[in-house]
Design a protein around this ligand. Structure first.
Ligand SMILES: [Zn+2]
Length: 59
């Protein structure tokens, strides 16, 4: 069984530029399906994912 452990000592790493993700940028998108948020790395600006709601990862 996979265990999820909450941590504040380890930083997630951007899969594109391999910089630590100290902050993730979110930008609102108006689409035909409604409002979406696109998340991207603050270092390389590459997209990390799109969510239907703000704060809900890969929703
Ligand atoms: Zn990056």
């Amino acid at each position: 069984m996979l265990q999820v452990v909450e941590t504040e000592s380890d930083q997630p790493i951007c899969p594109h530029c391999e910089e630590p993700l100290v902050k993730i940028l979110a930008r609102k998108l108006q689409t035909t399906f409604g409002v979406r948020f696109i998340y991207f790395c603050s270092s390389c600006k590459k997209s990390l994912g799109i969510s239907q709601r703000k704060g809900f990862w890969m929703g």
